[in-house]
Design a protein around this ligand. Structure first.
Ligand code: ZN
Length: 414
């Protein structure tokens, strides 16, 4: 099928879904939540093994340690010059950015949005097959699309004081230029039960904001990050309790943002500024200590029939290569940084992969980089027994499963 035809087919599907779901109100809660495999993905933007591993060794991430012990872990190979919208769109479509349409934060001068998606994403395949879908804070899902469940947008949501949607942080009530919640009737419910939460992590302070006020600005910004994370934790807990779905995809985005300018670099690293980088050397590791508490909340909703994936789109490392463009900037050049992920060689900054659940090997580490960001969608589809469409470039991660071919849902793994 040509690209145009594919886009048209997807558009038609989206229109049909809108119509069908508007007719009978979204079925957010199945009467038999375990009639299909139950999968929860926790995406952590920029989760970095170099930072996680020492914390695990020190026993400071007990929840993650437990999941690793009871499951499979390894690095997740990413693509060149990786960033969040680009890779989350690869997670969902298993197609390269130039095919799926989301090539970065900005595409042809406009902030990446769901209207640009040219290949059918995971949420659509699952919805179409009767799997209930719940998504919250997944990057580049604004404006939200109809699904067989709910969708709450994440990074790149537009709103008041965040008109371009570029790495800012509108509150739910401040969203503009599209819907951040599907079905829209859920907005009032979330406002009442979770509060007027921030959709994404705050934009990083500029060099000008920082100059001369480093200590105050750093602490103020970190306090806002903590507040955002607590709101996300509350949101995830509310959704998992009150709207359980077969497939749930939740994302945390503050880790990446903190890592960019507060990575614990040393005086010999590029961009070291004693005034800034000696203030809170634990700022970045603290994000993962806090993430572990969010994971603890999610684990309360994980039973023996649930498969849990923890994945990151890419890692993050101190600047250490000479590159032609924007060596000291990231996020479409908007952000001065000391650590980055947009390295031209994506192999330098692999993401994180951890999986635990029925039929998944225990205490197994996959070495090297055989697992890729393209493999997430095919692996999820296979868990539900849905054929992997031809356009998907990834493969089913058979090596993470026990035994010859059976998974929890009884679906054979190829
Ligand atoms: Zn980033």
């Amino acid at each position: 099928m040509s690209r145009k035809l594919k886009s048209l087919a997807y558009l038609l599907f989206a229109v049909c879904m809108t119509f069908l779901l508007a007719q009978g109100q979204a079925r957010q809660t199945r009467s038999h939540p375990h009639s299909k495999p139950r999968v929860i993905i926790l995406g952590v933007n920029g989760a970095e093994w170099d930072i996680l591993r020492p914390l695990l060794v020190r026993g400071e991430m007990p929840n993650l340690a437990r999941v690793i012990e009871q499951g499979v872990s390894g690095k997740l190979r990413t693509i060149s010059a990786p960033n969040c919208p680009k890779i989350y769109s690869v997670f969902e479509t298993s197609t390269p950015p130039e095919e799926n349409g989301i090539t970065g934060f900005i595409v042809h001068g406009t902030t990446a949005n769901t209207g640009m998606l040219r290949t059918e994403p995971l949420w659509s395949f699952l919805s179409n097959s009767g799997v209930t879908v719940g998504m919250a804070n997944v990057p580049a899902t604004f404006p939200v699309k109809p699904v067989n469940g709910y969708m709450i947008s994440g990074m790149l949501t537009r709103g008041k004081n965040c008109e371009d949607g570029l790495l800012c942080s509108p509150k739910l009530s401040e969203v503009q230029g599209g819907d951040a919640v599907y079905p829209s009737g859920m907005v009032a419910e979330l406002q009442a039960n979770v509060g007027d939460f921030l959709i994404d992590c705050a934009r990083m302070p500029t060099a000008k904001d920082l100059l001369g006020h480093e200590v105050a600005v750093v602490y103020e910004w970190l306090a806002r990050v903590s507040a955002t994370r607590e709101q996300q934790r509350k949101l995830f807990d509310y959704l998992l309790t009150n709207h359980p779905t077969d497939f749930t995809f939740l994302v945390q985005s503050c880790e990446d943002r903190v890592g960019h300018w507060l990575y614990p670099i040393q005086p010999y690293n590029v961009g070291y500024n004693r005034k800034l980088h000696a203030i809170q050397v634990d700022a970045f590791p603290n994000q993962y200590r806090a993430l572990d508490r969010v994971l603890g909340t999610i684990l309360q909703h994980v039973d023996e029939n649930t498969t849990l994936f923890i994945i990151s789109d890419h890692g993050i490392k101190p600047v250490r290569e000479k590159e032609r463009h924007n060596a000291h900037k990231d996020h479409a050049g908007t952000t001065p940084i000391i650590a980055k992920h947009d390295f031209e060689d994506g192999d330098d900054v692999p993401g994180v992969f951890v999986a635990m659940g029925p039929g998944i090997k225990k205490g197994t580490r996959v070495v090297g980089l055989p697992m890729s960001v393209f493999d997430i969608a095919p692996t999820i589809l296979k868990l539900y027994g849905i054929p992997v469409p031809k356009q998907m470039k990834g493969r089913v991660l058979t090596e993470i499963f026990e035994g010859p071919t059976e998974t929890a849902g009884g679906a054979p793994v190829r």
